[in-house]
Design a protein around this ligand. Sequence first.
Ligand code: NAD
Ligand code: UFG
Length: 335
Amino acid sequence: MILVTGGAGYIGSHTLVELINQSESVVVIDNLQNSTELALEKVKEITGKDLTFYQGDIGDAQLLKQIFEKHPIKSVIHFAASKSVNESVSQPLAYYRNNISATVTLLECMAQFNIKNIIYSSSAAVYGDPVYTPMDEAHPIGPITPYGKTKYFGEQILADLAVSDSQWNIVMLRYFNPIGAHHSGLIGEDPLGEPRNLLPYLTQVAIGKRKVLSIFGQDYNTIDGTPVRDYIHVVDLAKGHVQALNLIQKQCGLKVLNLGTGKPTSVLELVSRFEAVTGQKLPYQMMPRREGDAECCYAAPDAALKEMSWKTELSLDNMLEDAWHWQSKNPNGYN
Ligand code: NAD
Ligand code: UFG
């Protein structure tokens, strides 16, 4: 049985579907600070299976103990965190409390119950400004924002734990840019308020909720002047967690792995593929650079292939089709 923290969120909900499809039993804990229980209802609809849900905070040691007493949890997949880069700059302490303190509480409770298998959601944000591309796991570390630092400090805490006790099996996954939605159109990304990330903003423009997409920067040293990223289908990303569980079952010790496609895509390339795939004309305007944006960031995903036989299967067109299917089927997200 697997405990999934933050399972009602964007990546968590897609991962639940893949876990349940592989016949794993799952228990979810989520405080719904950035999600809704409706996502879990949709997961049940997609899979035709039930799941156990606790609405609560991973910083609540009493609740975690109740869960570990009641369910024979073998491994934890730890998604629960605050993830807004911007908000982390204005509210660093809230980010350190939620992403670091609460993670320490979770790890302490796991250790008490002798549960020593964990998959941790890290981010390409730990690398900071790219020094070379594609970026492998040996790329220098240098997170710029409090959010990126919380992800890196989380990695460091786990690494120290692995040194202190060799029974721990820890897979830290550094995600690049997850986009897209489940093919059913029943679950997807549903940001609160005005989206900051490219895809949700773009699909909200396409559906008519927002007037125009601003493209931040056209003077980068890239194929067409706009920044380059490694967009990865959220379903491929979710499947990476199933593979990571298999890796943990082999008593893997500590591993850190990139999850990306290895394929660079510029903002303008993505916009033009979106128009081609969906037939939607997308109004956009060129704007100055957004502060803090890297020029070019994409993964070397070879280690994940070697260590856990995982590579992406879905194309950029699949990502855009599925993102559009979700947005057009649910113009107001889960509401
Ligand atoms: P999300 O906000 O959709 O999901 C996170 C979930 O955790 C939400 O349902 C939220 O309510 C819950 N949560 C937050 N704090 C909690 C707490 N203290 N107790 C219980 N539940 C809590 O985010 P996501 O995009 O699904 O991201 C999942 C993980 O992946 C995060 O750790 C994030 O840092 C990491 N990540 C995300 C991206 C991305 O672009 N989406 C990129 C790299 C890494
Ligand atoms: N962009 C636009 N217009 C928008 C939104 C974004 O042009 O309205 C551009 C950005 O300038 C950037 C690209 O689209 O060039 C991607 O931006 P996102 O905000 O979607 O993603 P980021 O690469 O900035 O951030 C992502 C995750 C973070 C993580 C970071 C580093 O959202 O959590 O990657 O790995 F920290």
